[in-house]
Design a binder for this molecule. Structure first.
Ligand SMILES: [Zn+2]
Ligand SMILES: [Zn+2]
Length: 128
């Protein structure tokens, strides 16, 4: 019971933001609700949620794992200026799994795609 409450609080924390938070950021958010939760517990629950497919684990190459409560196919932009990860809407890529299946004969279950560059906010700041 306590265990599932923690797990739900962690999932709710990830869902409450659009920033694709790191484990440390999730820990800070969840601690407001469950002050005695440990970082280890947060990590363990994040692994279990990700393994169950309830959340996505995103690794951008900067070495820090980030988490996402949106598990539908969608794409990410990793900004090299602010280090942020945001969602991208690219409906034209919707047929990618089917294309990959046709091209390879493989059974495609999911894909992940990260675009690297400068996010709109950082780009605007740089150009001002
Ligand atoms: Zn940025
Ligand atoms: Zn996302």
């Amino acid at each position: 019971m306590k265990y599932s409450h923690q797990r739900e609080a962690i999932r709710a924390a990830i869902m409450s933001v659009k920033t694709h938070p790191t484990a440390a950021e999730i820990y800070d958010m969840v601690r407001e609700e469950i002050p005695n939760i440990s970082l280890g517990t947060v990590y363990r629950n994040l692994s279990q949620l990700a393994d169950a497919g309830d959340i996505l684990r995103i690794t951008t190459g900067e070495g820090t794992e980030r988490f996402d409560a949106t598990t539908d196919d969608h794409y990410h932009l990793a900004c090299r200026c602010c280090g942020g990860v945001s969602d991208l809407e690219l409906p034209e890529l919707d047929g990618m799994d089917t294309s990959a299946e046709r091209a390879t004969g493989a059974k495609i279950e999911r894909h992940s795609l990260i675009f690297y560059g400068v996010c709109p906010a950082c780009r605007e700041r740089a150009e001002r």
